[in-house]
Unconditional design. Sequence first.
Length: 137
Amino acid sequence: MTSTASSPPARTSPNVLFAHPSEAAFARILSYYRIVWRYEPRTFPIRWAPDGRVVESFTPDFYLSELDLYVELTTLKQSLVTRKNRKLRLLRRLYPDVSVKLFYRGDLGLLLGKYAVMGKVPLHARTRPRALLPMPE
């Protein structure tokens, strides 16, 4: 199956297709430091219609299983981040036991810049996760 702009990126292939280059760069940093990660492994419903259908959901970019932490990256213009912040607030209210860290464009730029400048992280087009672990039910 080929990933298109409207379909979700493949998650089961050894070579993950990321939605944005910053996600691939972040994954390279995690892999370099041998941090186990999964890309978009779980979608959390955050709003339902009166009939019970899910009408809005949130899918964090990464899950770091050894830390039990979800990570969401945003490289959007600051003016467009409001929607993502609202979704994150809903997720935290509905799922208080789920830990999520949001990296804004500036945070991500500092992190990626530090490791790219140091030459520690190879910049390959595709990144292989260290492990793909099944999500606990």
